[in-house]
Each structure stands twice: as structure tokens, then as C-alpha cells.
Write a protein that binds this ligand. Structure first.
Ligand code: FES
Length: 354
């Protein structure tokens, strides 16, 4: 009997989640994942896949108790499990909690908003990438490199896309995103199937922790496919701020027909207030084509960069996880330390579901 009363007391007590080092605290009723309850409370908790595979939402449980929705071991190492780490997207609060969330104290302090919007335009950039422009009902503050979740009523779950615009070049209301067609994906099949101007959607954000950290260190930017959006936004924002850091930009695509935004990248190279080296590399270009630039993977180009640069640069990258994993391995093979590699992986829900 005593145990039953005890359970009832625990179920009824108001629960809070505190993220001490970030000065954040929110009510967690324990009816949904910690991640979803954080987002509902307006806390921009770091996340990506939302299904327990990427590890972006991992947090160290300092006090309290959680119930796991699925086995978190998929995305957590045995060392992290031993040290008390949990996945916020796969855990439900059973008590008030205190969490340590790496990097959260450094997140840009923009309010997380849920806004209505309408599709304003679609412009084809390549045969399978479209620039989708939306018009928000109210302006949104964000930092170059971040992303939002876009939710159309017709489709289950939101889709995440990075801002392709620098905040310094837009009014925070008319915003563009690069969307790649994933054949068989319900959302992108629909988007590429006709003119969607006038369609309503809901926007949640800003989210993500890919942004240019203040420093004098040289910068290595690596983008793959539609992952050029946040990299372009970061560099355009930095150029507008007259940043004088040395930059190497590597943009990887499959073939010449997959290249886009060349005018904007040329303008960055010409207008940058310092050294700006810009290289395109194609992985599947036919051998007898007119292409005279490098062929291969972005890691081939990166491996040929001067060792002094690789050992001192900050890395900013966005694209397929396989590209980012290979890049991280290549960079880590020539240097040690942490805090210099900043990535936005398109995983599962983030574009993978189309
Ligand atoms: Fe939770 Fe990816 S593991 S967001």
C-alpha cells in the first residue's frame, strides 16, 4: 500500500528540468520526451534526428530519474552510459532533473519561436535542389548557420532546413532554404511536383549550434550538396562584418550539373577581407567531360592543404554524415584537442526522410 501511495506522489509532483550552466529551467510534465517538453517550453535544446541515432541531444544526468523510451545505447558509448549520459529525445522525466548539456551555455540566445508562414517561391538551383522561399507571419531572430523545423499539415513530422540567408542580408521574415529532392520522400516528391506558392506551414526555431565562433583562427568550411546553405550564410554574414580571417572553402558535389550558387561563392572570394581559397571537387564527373578542376572527395582536397593550416584552423561543415565522419577522421589524424570541429549532419529526419 505504502508503495502505491509513493508512486502516486511521484506521478503528481510538478517536475522541472534544470540545465544549470545554461541558466535554463522548464516544467517537464513527464508525458513526452525531455526534448519535446523542452521545445514546447521554448528551450532550444540541441537535437537533430529525434529518434535516438545521432547523439546530438545527449546530456549528463546530474540528479533525478528518467525512463528510457528506447535503448539509448545506439547513440551513446559504453563510457558515456557509465558516466550517466542520457538521450533527451529517448528519455522521459520521472522526477525533477538536473542536466549538463555540453555547449548549451554557448548557444546564441535567440527566443525559440513557433510561427506561421506561407511558401512564397520555388527556384530550381540544380536538377534536384530547389531554393524554397517562405514568408513568416512575424520576424525571427537567428544566427547564420542555424536551422528551423518546417511543418506542413499534410505530412507527418517536421523537416529541418538550414537558413540559406545571412541575417545581415534579410529582414528575418523572408527566408530561403535549399531543399534536395529525395525520390520517394513524401515531402520532397510533393514540393518538386508543382508550384506550392501559398501553402501554409509552421516554423519552429532557431535551432542548432553551427555558427562562426569569435576567434582569429583560420577557417576551413566544407560543404556537400544542399549542405552549402548554412556555410554560405556563415561566410556571407562574416564578410558583411568585414571579418579578416583566412578561409578555405571546399564544396563537394557529384557532377557539374550539381553545382550551384557559383556567383555568390565567386562574390565571397572577391569581396573577402583577407585570404579566401575556394575549391570545387566532383566525385562522379564523367572522365571525358570538360571539367578541369579536382575530382574525388572533399577529404582528398582537405588532405592536400598545408599541415600548418590544418593544425590551426576551426572547421565548419554541413552535409551527409558519411562526408562529415570522413572529414573529422582526416582532420583528427593530423591534430589533437577538441572544440574546433563544428558540424551539422543531415541525419534521419533531417532531410533523410525526404
Ligand atoms: Fe536525440 Fe538524435 S539522438 S536527437
Amino acid at each position: 500500500m505504502g508503495r502505491l501511495f509513493g508512486r502516486s506522489d511521484v506521478r503528481d509532483e510538478p517536475r522541472h528540468v534544470s540545465i544549470a550552466q545554461a541558466g535554463k529551467k522548464f516544467v517537464a510534465p513527464g508525458k513526452d520526451s525531455i526534448l519535446n517538453e523542452a521545445l514546447a517550453a521554448g528551450v532550444a535544446f540541441p537535437h537533430s534526428c529525434t529518434v535516438g541515432t545521432c547523439g546530438t541531444c545527449k546530456a549528463k544526468l546530474l540528479s533525478g530519474k528518467v525512463r528510457e523510451i528506447t535503448d539509448s545505447a545506439i547513440a551513446l558509448s559504453s563510457e558515456e552510459l557509465r558516466d550517466g549520459y542520457i538521450l533527451a529525445c529517448q528519455s522521459i522525466a520521472r522526477r525533477s532533473l538536473e542536466l549538463d548539456v555540453a555547449g548549451m551555455a554557448d548557444l546564441p540566445d535567440h527566443p525559440l519561436k513557433h510561427l506561421g508562414a506561407v511558401v512564397a517561391a520555388q527556384t530550381m538551383l540544380t536538377h534536384d535542389i530547389v531554393q524554397m522561399t517562405i514568408e513568416l507571419d512575424d520576424p525571427l531572430e537567428f544566427t547564420a548557420g542555424q536551422y528551423v523545423e518546417l511543418k506542413f499539415d499534410e505530412f507527418s513530422g517536421p523537416r529541418s532546413y538550414s537558413f540559406a540567408d545571412a541575417p545581415s542580408r534579410c529582414d528575418g521574415r523572408t527566408l530561403s532554404f535549399f531543399v534536395r529532392h529525395v525520390p520517394g520522400g513524401e515531402f520532397t516528391d510533393w514540393l518538386f511536383g508543382g508550384d506550392r506558392s501559398g501553402e501554409r506551414l509552421t516554423v519552429t526555431g532557431p535551432l542548432g549550434n553551427l555558427w562562426l565562433r569569435p576567434s582569429d583562427a583560420p577557417v576551413l568550411c566544407v560543404a556537400g550538396g544542399s549542405g552549402l546553405a548554412p556555410i554560405k550564410a556563415i561566410l556571407e554574414d562574416a564578410m558583411d562584418a568585414r571579418t579578416a580571417r583566412s578561409v578555405v572553402l571546399v564544396f563537394g558535389a557529384r557532377q557539374q550539373r550539381d553545382l550551384y550558387c557559383q556567383e555568390q561563392l565567386d562574390a565571397l572570394a572577391k569581396g573577402w577581407n583577407g585570404t579566401f581559397d575556394y575549391q570545387l571537387v566532383l566525385s562522379e564527373e564523367p572522365p571525358n567531360s570538360t571539367w578541369t578542376g579536382p575530382r574525388g572527395l572533399v577529404t582528398d582536397v582537405v588532405a592536400a592543404l598545408p599541415m600548418e593550416f590544418l593544425q590551426s584552423c576551426e572547421v565548419y561543415t554541413c552535409g551527409p554524415p558519411v562526408m562529415i565522419d570522413a572529414l573529422e577522421e582526416a582532420v583528427m589524424s593530423v591534430r589533437s584537442g577538441s572544440g574546433f570541429f563544428h558540424a551539422d549532419r543531415f541525419v534521419t529526419r533531417r532531410g533523410g526522410s525526404g
